[in-house]
Design a protein around this ligand. Structure first.
Ligand SMILES: [Zn+2]
Length: 330
């Protein structure tokens, strides 16, 4: 019953056609069960519930089709897309069967350098702190200070603090610091199956899921010169096209915050490399006035499943601050 009400509200906030808005959801991991360190990350159960609600309240379509229909003002009312970033193995093992069960398609943006046993720097940091030998860690030799990590709350705070400081270091430096951090504070080896294999990536594409570019090494593009940014984006695209045998036309900026993670002048790069649209991590919904190379996305994370639809409806009211304002009413 409540979903009927949500659809009615949705029709008002997100009608079809020229007045349409497109909700693009963003996921990273879907875990087998709740991770007590990150309790808001989707699990098999919560993802299943979310897709069930999403299907009842929204009209879900693949992002490639949604972009074409956004351009031709032919989106259905309450249009929504599902996207995943980075290329985690659980996307194939856990999320894919749930998507298939619901008959839904999603788009997976893959950072290609970490496929087949690699680790992104943030996962190294999380692994190290999670499995630390001690309740107090001294990272002063890495320039990161000292921390108490006796409780889950402390571990969360420390992970957050370290990631914030390490994220914007140069690419090579960032990977080195993360690697040293692991060897300093834990004896537990990193898992070698955190990210997809190329076989899994191929299977995902063959299952009808869309594959999108997310660079090779997931750099902060804003920190790169133009040649390096082009190289990273092109390398990821070429690699993916070699695996899935189809043109890769959708791109997601790593980290994805305008100005902090990619620059306004870099928005032209994916277009020049043959992409048809790109997504950021700025919250909001896309309309026909939106920049197709900076489509906003939204993550409705809540521990309360009943908040999922209301949060998506609330997001429909966010204004796209990067939308083209030169042609109002056009
Ligand atoms: Zn990412």
């Amino acid at each position: 019953m409540i979903n009927t009400l949500y659809r009615t509200v949705g029709n008002f906030l997100s009608p079809g056609g020229a007045g349409a808005s497109l909700s693009i959801l963003i996921y990273h991991r879907v875990l087998p069960e709740v991770d007590e360190l990150f309790p808001t990350v989707a699990t098999a159960t919560s993802f299943d519930t979310q897709l069930d609600t999403l299907k009842k309240v929204f009209n879900v379509l693949p992002l490639g089709e949604a972009v074409a229909r956004l351009k031709s003002s032919s989106l259905p009312p309450r249009a929504a897309c599902i996207t995943f970033d980075d290329g985690y193995e659980d996307n194939v093992r856990i999320a894919l069967p749930i998507l298939q069960h619901h008959g839904l398609q999603a788009t997976f943006f893959i950072a290609t350098a970490y496929l087949n046993g690699g680790h992104m720097f943030n996962d190294r940091v999380i692994h190290a702190v999670r499995h630390s030998k001690d309740k107090h860690i001294d990272l002063s030799q890495l320039g990161l200070g000292e921390y108490d990590i006796g409780t889950l709350e402390e571990k969360r705070t420390v992970i957050d603090a370290i990631l914030k400081r390490v994220k914007y270091l140069s690419l090579g430096h960032r990977e080195n610091v993360a690697e040293e951090l692991v060897s300093l504070i834990t004896d537990k080896p990193l898992p070698n199956d955190l990210m997809m294999t190329t076989e899994q990536l191929k299977a995902l594409s063959e299952a009808g899921m869309e594959i999108g570019g997310h660079t090779a090494r997931h750099p902060i593009l804003a920190k790169l010169d133009e040649a390096s940014a082009i190289r990273e984006i092109r390398e990821g695209k070429d690699y993916l096209e070699g695996i899935v045998g189809k043109p890769i036309t959708l791109f997601a900026y790593p980290n994805g915050k305008p100005e902090a993670d990619y620059l306004a002048k870099q928005v032209d790069i994916p277009r020049r490399l043959g992409f048809e649209a790109a997504v950021s991590t700025r919250w909001g919904v896309a309309t026909r006035h939106s920049d197709l190379f900076q489509l906003p996305r939204f993550t409705p994370y809540s521990e309360n499943p009943n908040r999922f639809a209301p949060m998506l409806l609330q997001n429909l009211r966010r204004k796209d601050t990067l939308a083209n304002k030169l042609s109002p009413g056009s």
